[in-house]
Ligand binder design. Structure first.
Ligand SMILES: Nc1ncnc2c1ncn2[C@@H]1O[C@H](COP(=O)(O)OP(=O)(O)OP(=O)(O)O)[C@@H](O)[C@H]1O
Ligand SMILES: [Mg+2]
Length: 363
């Protein structure tokens, strides 16, 4: 197997006309990492992958693989395997030939090609389809051929552009687990692109959240989910309950805040900020739905009153939308313990949360 690659970039930029597709991207991805670009459509994820693979050249900035400057090295000499968002299978070749192509180019002996192609077909659950042409496959099957074709060459860097997006829910989870197992087993450095935040949280060693060509936050799944820096990260990763308030006093680690929506609001600032904010300044914050609970009264801080607007039964969880005024809904997730009483539609409820569970956001 090839050695896995460490990836470093400095100040990568790419512009298409007026569009800044990639803007000052500095990456440092360790060997064997499963690193994910997460962001909305058009934020530059594919462009960034293509630059790393060598299919698109950057306007400026440097790329290093294991300290080797690779900007001028063509894609086929970079030891990179890429699964393209649109699969890019060769239409005139059948499945076997598509997968074997990269191995033939590497002058691997016929018997080994046969073995490796068969193993990779098993890996992606496509045994028996080796004689089909891409046009005779469903979108999900084509996607799996694309994945097998890339994995079979055992590259040192694996670039995956939404490789599971066309699979049904069950197969998607199965392939995700298979991909992870394989990635860990082979230790290939992997850069993964997805819109799907749950997939990103489950698979990644680290996540880069992107917006308009820039990485706006980088961190472990836990850091990204529990300590988003900004409103856009909080909103893009997971479900958020965003509020604004004014700081009226600071008592050691506790902020005393004023808000139209939450009574006797207090928040611990050290979890999210390195320095206390100043008294009198406005602040925005987020509380995740699973950290809000229904209270039965007698609580003195962080009280929200509202009415149940709708509920969703998810089996393991119950999700509530609580209207706290005409324009604002608070989302609350509770575990379905089977014993608890569900709140009915229109019921008046009191909510509360701990001052430790607030994430203060940077503007
Ligand atoms: N070859 C091109 N010519 C002109 N504009 C381009 C080109 N490729 C990408 N763009 C633009 O650059 C921006 C980033 O595109 P990119 O394909 O990298 O986004 P993405 O994050 O992969 O989106 P998606 O999630 O929809 O795949 C978009 O505004 C896109 O329209
Ligand atoms: Mg894309």
């Amino acid at each position: 197997m090839n050695q896995s690659i460490e990836v470093r970039t400095e100040g990568l930029r790419k512009q298409f006309g007026d569009v800044h597709a990639v803007k000052d991207v500095n990456l440092h991805i360790a060997k064997g990492e499963f690193y994910t670009f997460l962001g909305p459509s058009g934020c530059g994820k594919t462009t960034l992958l293509r630059i790393l693979a060598g299919f698109t050249s950057a306007d400026s900035g440097s790329i290093y693989f294991d300290d080797q400057f690779v900007n001028d090295i063509p894609p086929w000499k970079r030891n990179v395997g890429m699964v393209f968002q649109n699969y890019a299978l060769w239409p005139h070749m059948n499945v076997f030939e598509n997968i074997a192509f990269g191995l033939r180019e590497r002058k691997i002996v016929k018997s080994e090609i046969q073995d490796r192609v068969e193993r990779s077909l098993q890996m992606v659950n496509l045994e028996g389809l080796d004689k089909r042409r891409p046009s005779q496959l469903s979108g999900g099957q084509q996607q799996r051929v694309a994945l097998a074709r890339t994995l079979v060459t055992e590259p040192g860097l694996l670039l995956l552009d939404e490789p599971l997006s066309n699979l049904d829910a069950k197969l998607r989870i199965q392939m995700r687990e298979e991909l992870l197992r394989l990635q860990r087993e082979l230790g290939i450095t992997t850069i993964y692109v997805t819109h799907d935040q749950e997939e990103a949280l489950i698979t990644s060693t680290r996540i880069a959240v992107m917006s308009e060509g820039k990485i706006i936050q980088e961190g472990t799944p836990k850091e990204i989910y529990e300590l988003p820096y900004t409103k856009s990260v909080a909103d893009f990763v997971g479900t958020s309950n965003l509020f604004s308030a004014e700081i009226i006093d600071i008592n050691e680690d506790m902020l005393i805040l004023s808000s139209d929506e939450i009574q006797d609001l207090q928040a611990v600032w050290q979890n999210s900020l390195s320095q206390p904010p100043s008294i009198g300044s406005p602040i925005e914050f987020n509380i995740r739905p699973e950290l809000i609970r229904f209270s039965k009264g007698g609580i003195t801080t962080n009280r929200i009153s509202g009415k149940v607007e709708s509920t969703a039964y998810l089996g393991s969880q119950i999700q509530y939308m609580i209207a706290i005024n005409e324009n604002k809904i608070v989302r609350v997730n509770t575990l379905n313990s089977r014993k608890g009483k569900f709140c009915g539609l229109g019921e008046a409820v009191e909510l509360t949360f701990s001052p430790h569970d607030i994430t203060l956001l940077h503007s």
